[in-house]
Design a protein around this ligand. Structure first.
Ligand code: PMP
Length: 366
């Protein structure tokens, strides 16, 4: 039998084993339908039920209030970097055609680059100078009162910098790129105008992106936009404006079933995630500077733990030693270097414990 490893990849990332087993078991034919999920019509009964159940699961897990659409799109989060400004800047012109961006890492920077093609961007906070190692302190975010929305990234996957809760930046609708921490904890959706997340970290496979948007913001979408880039079309057609990513949505259903059933909801998931991250940060903090964390302690991510070793040589040895224990995909992003352990919802505690033990032993013998 093929053996599974502990995969610390930043995404696509581990999925719960129970989800993979269920998908495998039902791949030839969905129970009572006699057809594979890969073969069914997106307008047929089987998928209609799956789509409705996936939306219902997300609404339940996140306690989505009335007045919000839950949409399933394609194009990844990178497409959202464009769709957000295209839709939310609407028909605004001149100095009104502007949005605030809070920059706590590389992905926020990429979002800004796309928003600049659509309008004026005010960088309300920028942690570039210290290679994005911290969140803003109170008073550091300089908002533009005319901004059409304020965008931030709840978890910066590359730097490992995460907002611990839902921030409040000002009166403009809050837009969140939640790609790498979606479903890691309960969130207060009513605080958001729009929240988006590609699925391939915490929610499913690559290919589907969830967008949760307040109804009233949909009136901003200009008719001149290409149909596929207009949120209103996906809201009106209940995510069936074109053929949606059927298999991806099906896996999101299985993952959200797992979160609701096996895990018992997002409060419980958060507890488990905090405990897992705590194991690694404890080793880091007790290593007398052998491991140096990238993010400042108050800005640390519970999803992506980023740190460096004293030399490149030791880092290579570390990666090789980890691999021998079936701990893989630990190399950090080239822009930060070092090690990055991505420990999303589906990473079992056992994987994190094994890594924490290995880190301790490695520091001792080096
Ligand atoms: N935002 C964040 C925070 C991400 O981590 C990623 C993917 N690593 C993206 C955006 C881009 O997502 P995609 O590749 O699905 O376009």
């Amino acid at each position: 039998m093929t053996e599974r490893v502990f995969n610390f990849s930043p995404g696509p990332a581990m999925l719960p084993e129970a989800v993979l087993r269920e998908a495998q078991r039902d791949l030839l034919a969905l129970p009572s339908y006699g057809m594979s999920i890969l073969e069914v019509s997106h307008r047929g009964k089987a998928f209609t039920e799956i789509l409705a159940a996936t939306e219902a699961n997300l609404r339940k897990l996140l306690d989505v209030p009335a007045g919000y659409q839950v949409l399933f799109l394609q194009g990844g989060s990178r497409l959202q970097f464009s769709m957000v400004p295209m839709n939310l800047l609407g028909d605004l012109a001149g100095p009104q055609r502007t949005a605030d961006y809070v920059l706590t890492g590389s992905w926020g920077k990429y979002a800004v680059a796309e928003a600049k093609r659509e309008g004026t961007v005010n960088i309300a906070y920028d942690a570039t100078a210290t290679n994005y190692d911290r969140l803003p302190q109170p008073g550091e975010v300089k908002l533009n009162p005319a901004a059409a929305y304020v965008h931030y990234t709840s978890n910066e996957t590359i730097q490992g910098v995460q907002f611990p809760d839902d921030p409040q930046f000002g009166p403009a609708p809050l837009v969140c790129d939640a790609s790498s921490d979606f479903l890691w904890r309960p969130i207060d959706i009513s605080r958001y105008g729009l929240l988006y997340a590609c699925a391939q970290k915490n929610a499913g496979p690559a290919g589907v992106t969830v967008v949760i948007v307040r109804d009233e913001l949909l009136t901003r979408s200009p008719d001149r936009l290409p149909g596929m880039l207009n949120y209103r079309n996906f809201a009106t057609e209940k995510s069936l404006y074109n053929t949606p990513p059927v298999f991806g949505i099906y896996i999101v259903k299985l993952v959200t079933d797992w979160l609701l059933g096996t895990i018992g909801g997002l409060a419980k998931m958060q507890e488990l995630n905090r405990a897992k991250a705590g194991l690694l940060y404890d080793v880091l903090d007790r290593s007398n500077g052998f491991y140096r964390g990238h993010a400042q302690p108050a800005s640390r991510s519970m999803m992506n733990v980023t740190f460096r070793l004293p030399s490149d040589e030791l880092q290579e040895k570390f990666l090789a030693g980890a691999k021998a224990l079936k701990l893989v995909e630990l190399k950090g992003h080239r822009s930060v270097g070092g090690i990055r352990a991505s420990i999303y919802n589906a990473m079992p505690r056992e994987g994190v414990e094994t890594l924490a033990r290995f880190m301790e032993e490695f520091a001792k013998r080096s």
